[in-house]
Every structure is written in C-alpha cells, then in structure tokens.
Design a protein around this ligand. Sequence first.
Ligand code: SAM
Ligand code: SF4
Length: 475
Amino acid sequence: MELAELLNKKHDEARQGEAFKAIGTPLLDGKKFYIESYGCAMNFSDSEVVASILQENDFSATPDFEAADLILINTCSIREKAEQTIRKRLTEFRKIKRTRPGMLIGVLGCMAERLKAQLLEQEKLVDLVIGPDAYRSLPALIKEASGGQKGVNVLLSRDETYGDIAPVRLNSNGITAFVSITRGCNNMCSFCVVPFTRGRERSRSANSIIEEIKSLVTEGYKEITLLGQNVDSYHWVNETGNETVTFANLLEQAALVSPDLRVRFSTSHPKDITDDVLYTMAKYENICKCIHLPVQSGNTRVLQLMNRTYSREWYLAKVDRIREILPNCGLTSDMIAGFCTETEEEHQDTLTLMDYCCFDMSYMYFYSERPGTLAARRFKDDISLEDKKRRLQEIVDKQGELSTKSNLNDIGKTFKILIETRSKRNANDWTGRTSQNKITVFPKSNENQQPGDYVWVKIHDCTRATLLGTIVDHP
Ligand code: SAM
Ligand code: SF4
C-alpha cells in the first residue's frame, strides 16, 4: 500500500465493506441475511444492533451474499466518494437478484434519507430503505417487501438509542468491542451531513451502557471503545431526575467495571472535552491515554466558516492542557484540505498547527461538498480539485513526518500491550496496541500466550505505521 494511502486510511475504513460474521452463531435453516458496512465506527456498531434484531426474528447470518435471502448494506454519506462506492456495490447485488427473484436488497443508514426516492423509484436498485433510527421496524418492513411493496422508514427519532438491544458482535476478535453511548449530533459543522442523516444527539442510559460492558467482560472481552460523534457531550439524567451522568462520570464507571479492561473513546470535540475527563483519564491506568481530537483546519477564519466554534489559539491551548495533565497521551486528529475559500496561507496554517501538535496519526480528507449542509447552501466550493488534492498530499506528507518522528521517539521505551491477533505477515508474531493506540508487532515468547493477554514490549524499531518490539519482563 502506498504511504499516502496508508496514512489517509481511516482505522475503521480498514473494515469498509466488511461482511457479517457472527462468532459463535450457528447458521440455521431459516432465512439468511448478509450485511455489509461502510463508513464510521458508529455504522459498524449499528450493524451489530441490526444483526441482533434480525436474529431475534429468526434470521441467521451468512458471510456469503449469493446464498442470502436478504442483503443489507449499511451506508455512509460523509463524502461523495463513499456514496459512489456503495452505489456500485448495489448494482452488483442487483445483478444477483436477477438470478434469485425472491431475494431482498435493503439500504440502511445515512444514505437512506438522502437518496430514498432515487434508490427505490428511479434506479430501482433496492426493496428496502431504512434510516438509522428505524431499525426496529426492519422485521415489519421485510414482510411488506416480501409481499411486493417497497419497505421504507427513514424517520429520525429524538429518543431512540437501542439501549435495550444487546448487539451481536460482528467479525469480532473476541477481545475488542465498540459500545455506542450517544447517537446523532447537535453540532452544525458547516461541511458535515451527519446532523441531517443521523438526527439530534441522544445519550443512551448509563445503566444500559455499564450492563453491556459488564457482559462483554464476562464474555472475555478486554477492551471497549465508547462511541459517539461527540462523546464529551454525553449527558444522561435518570428516570427520577436525581442522577446526572456526564462523560467523565461514565468513563469512570466504565473503568471501574474491571481493572483488566481497557477503556477507549472516540470522538472528542475540542470544545467539549473537559478537565474532568482529562483528570479521570489520569486517575485510571486502564483508561487508554489517547485522544482523537479532530481539528479540521489550523486557521481561525476557516474554522469559523466551518462553524467549529473554536479558534486556532483555543485548540492549541487545549492541546497544551492535555499535555500538562496527561504527558504521555497519544493525540490524533482529522483534517480537511481545501474547504471553501481557503487560501494557500490558510492551508499553511494547518501544516504549522500539525507541527505544533505533533499528531501521532490523522485521518485526512479533501473537502467534498454535501448537498443540504450549511456550507453547500452558504459557500461556493471554489477550490479546484487539483489544489484540494495537492493540499491534501502536503498534509499527508506532513503527517508522515510526524508519525515517523513520534514512532522513532518510542524506540527504547517499554509499553504494556494487549495482544489482539496473530500478525498477518508472520504467524509467530503477535499484533497489539499500546495505550496510545499504536499498533505494535512482536514475536511470541511462549506457547501459552494468547489474544487477550497483557504483555510488556520493548520497542527496538518502527515503520511509519507500526512499532516493532520484543516481549520483556514487567519493568
Ligand atoms: N464527529 C466527529 C468530529 O466532529 O470530529 C467526526 C465525524 S465525521 C464522521 C469524520 C470526519 O469526516 C470529520 O472529522 C471530517 O474530518 C470528515 N468530514 C466530514 N464531512 C466532510 C466533508 N464534507 N468533506 C470532507 N471531509 C469531511
Ligand atoms: Fe459532523 Fe461536526 Fe457533528 Fe462531527 S461534530 S458529526 S463533524 S457536525
């Protein structure tokens, strides 16, 4: 893989198009479904809720779409390219349907609301269209669609959190799992389609989150990632109104479930991450020291146009605060190149901000106008594709330098690693992560070791994306 491609890869994008494979779930003789997921970690987590609803309704999973009675594709609208990829895939599925007339094809998630008419009526690509808040209606809509009607529900909800549904883990390594804590987003970043496709922000009940974490621990999971578009704005008040749980409180409750469980979270909006959260992270060894803090741009005027509600200086001060309270904390970010009216000097501001912050890793994109967003309505998408791509490449190159620098800086240090899987390249090597979320590869040191074990690894080498080391005794 090219470096640019590697660095421009979203960690969950490594899973793009991943099919459903429920570990430990035997295939039954009834109807079979196949599900493929695209986009952010939230979508992958939603597919686990959908799988649970379908299994409750006597559907069983198949990893083979040609054998499925129902093909579902959980979609992403964040950039135009994501939508194009999904359309191509739907056309492929349509071809299979011609040979299996009873088969149903459904679109779930973010593209549902935006493109329902087009997908159902004009292009006749699908039989079912279901928005992210309507998954409970899936069994009823499948019945309708089996009778020849089109099954559609794209209503967004103010209170649906699927809190009571125990997700069926998909393609799980049995060690790490996502736990969704909020849905939707109340921020109105001008470039972003999420508030329109996923609706208003809702926090799931703290009790149901902690119960889900406890059952994951019982099943042997060793790491959970609390998920939301903006986890720091988590706010839950219990039914009687006498208990309020903030994100810092929730993080603490999650950490207390088991000292052997690692807790991560994503994503943090710079305006919302509080000192309370940073101090809670400092207090508990098992809360991983890594913050994903998307900046989007290093220039205050552009940030204002993006409606991010912070300035360059404010963001830098937040980074200083993180470094002060959590000196060994990993820091990662998201960047958008070539937003409307961005000048060359303003683009340079992004590069200098990256230098200051020394991000360990970033997800980097060029701006893609999304219909209906504030930016699409208010600003002209006036940076040429050529300039957008060049600026993105400069950002990617800068991140390459910073990732190398950050990894070189770890040589000679010893980290506690949670073993996740065998290395794809060498079956005698393990792959795991540091608390800072850096992928680390190291040889097995004895036959009793297994995924889920913690080991101490001394780093002796690195690539831009990986640390290489050897298991050592507890320092
Ligand atoms: N809620 C998270 C936050 O605010 O940081 C991010 C959610 S979004 C799914 C992930 C990333 O996609 C954003 O941080 C942004 O960098 C990128 N993104 C969103 N809309 C975009 C657009 N229209 N064009 C290019 N990148 C976009
Ligand atoms: Fe989109 Fe901004 Fe919400 Fe993130 S915080 S999902 S970028 S609107």
